[in-house]
Design a protein around this ligand. Structure first.
Ligand code: ZN
Length: 344
C-alpha cells in the first residue's frame, strides 16, 4: 500500500495538484480542534465544520482525550496557542468511538499473540499500562473531562475558549455538550462548589459521594425509593435502582481519579525515604489535589466499602471503569500519598 501511495504522490506533485492547498502555518480561524483519529472523521469532520486547509489546527489521537498533565494533546494545544495564535479550542468526540470500552484486558492477549514477552508487559503494567490503555465509557462525560482538563491546565492561558461537542460519525451533526465553567473534573457535569467535602464536585449527577454537606442531595429520604434515608447515604448499594446508577457513576468517576493519581505518583514509588524524592512526588501530585481529596473522602466515608461490596455481589454494571475497587488499591495509594506528604 505504501508503494502505491508513493507513486500517487509523485504524480500529485508533478501535476501541481497541491496548488489549491497552499497556505501558511498560522490557522486563519485561530481555532484548534482536538478529536479522535477515527477514519470516518478524516474528511467528514473538516467538511462538516466548514474547515479548509489553513483554517485550524486539528489534533487527533485515539478518542480525542487528554489522559494526564503532560499528554501530547496538551503539548500540541500549547504550541497552537502560544506559537500559532489559536484562541478557541473545540473538543470533538464522536458517536461509535473505538476508544469507548477499550481495555488493557483485551489488549493483553493481542500483545502476547504478537510476540511481546510477558516480562515486558509486566514492566509496563508496573508503569500503569492498564490505566493508559483504558478507554472511556461515557462519551459525554469524556468530553467534559477533556474540556475541564484543557481549561484547568496550569499552563493554559485563562482567556482561551474551550467548548465540547459530539459529532455524529455518519451525518457530521455536532451536538454541544454542556461543560460548566468550574465543572468538576470527574466529567459528571456537576458544578464545583467549595465546602461540599467531596473534593470538587456537587450535584446529584456526580455520584462522587460528596453527600455530607448541605449542597448535595444524594440519598436523602424523599429521593430514595426504598425510603431508607439513614442520613446522607443510601445503604442499598446497587440494590436500589436510583442509587445503583449513582454507585456506577461514582465508581466510574472515582476510578478515573484513581487512575490519574496512580499514574502521577508511580515514578516516585520506592523513594519515600528520600526527602528530595518526596518533594518531587508532591510536585507531581499538585495538579491532582481535587482528585486526592475526593478519593480520600470516598474511602473515609465508607462509600468505597459500600461500592466494593455491591461490586462483589455483582450489583454494578459490567462495563464500567472499576480500577478504584481493586483490593487494597485505594488504601495503598492513599498510604503512599501520606508517605510523600511528609515534609521532614
Ligand atoms: Zn474514536
Amino acid at each position: 500500500m505504501i508503494d502505491e501511495i508513493l507513486s500517487f504522490n509523485r504524480d500529485f506533485v508533478a501535476r501541481k495538484a497541491y496548488e489549491p492547498f497552499v497556505t501558511d502555518k498560522y490557522p486563519s480561524k485561530k481555532l484548534a480542534v482536538l478529536t479522535c483519529m477515527d477514519t470516518r472523521l478524516t474528511e467528514l469532520l473538516p467538511q462538516a465544520l466548514g474547515l479548509r486547509n489553513g483554517d485550524a489546527k486539528i489534533i487527533r489521537n485515539a478518542g480525542g482525550g487528554v489522559l494526564f498533565e503532560a499528554d501530547s494533546a496538551i503539548r500540541s494545544l500549547l504550541v497552537a496557542i502560544y506559537e500559532l495564535g489559536v484562541e478557541e479550542v473545540m473538543v470533538v468526540h464522536h458517536s461509535g468511538c473505538g476508544a469507548c470500552h477499550m481495555s488493557y484486558a483485551e489488549f493483553k492477549p493481542h500483545f502476547l499473540e504478537r510476540g511481546i514477552p510477558e516480562e515486558v508487559l509486566a514492566a509496563w503494567e508496573k508503569w500503569g499500562i492498564a490505566e493508559w490503555l483504558e478507554g472511556f465509557h461515557d462519551t459525554e462525560a469524556s468530553v467534559r473531562r477533556t474540556v475541564e482538563a484543557v481549561r484547568s491546565h496550569s499552563l493554559m492561558p485563562k482567556d482561551i475558549v474551550v467548548r465540547g461537542f459530539i459529532i455524529d460519525s455518519v451525518t457530521g451533526a455536532l451536538t454541544e455538550v454542556d461543560c460548566p465553567e468550574n465543572g468538576c473534573r470527574c466529567g459528571c457535569g456537576g458544578e464545583h462548589e467549595e465546602g461540599c467535602g467531596c473534593g470538587g464536585h456537587d450535584g446529584e449527577a456526580c455520584g462522587c459521594g460528596g453527600g455530607e454537606g448541605h449542597h448535595c442531595h444524594h440519598g436523602e429520604g424523599e429521593e430514595c425509593h426504598h425510603g431508607d434515608s439513614e442520613g446522607g447515604h443510601c445503604h442499598h448499594g446497587g440494590g436500589c435502582r436510583r442509587h445503583g446508577a449513582q454507585a456506577a457513576a461514582r465508581v466510574d468517576a472515582m476510578s478515573w481519579a484513581f487512575d490519574r493519581v496512580s499514574v502521577a505518583i508511580r515514578p516516585y514509588l520506592g523513594g519515600a525515604d528520600d526527602p528530595a524524592a518526596r518533594a518531587e512526588a508532591r510536585k507531581a501530585l499538585e495538579p491532582f489535589q481535587d482528585e486526592i481529596a475526593a478519593l480520600d473522602y470516598y474511602q473515609r466515608s465508607g462509600l468505597w466499602q459500600q461500592d466494593y461490596e455491591a461490586d462483589e455481589a455483582g450489583r454494578l454494571p459490567a462495563d464500567i471503569r472499576r480500577s478504584v475497587l481493586s483490593q487494597d488499591g485505594l488504601y495503598n495509594l492513599l498510604e503512599e500519598i501520606g508517605f510523600v506528604s511528609k515534609t521532614n
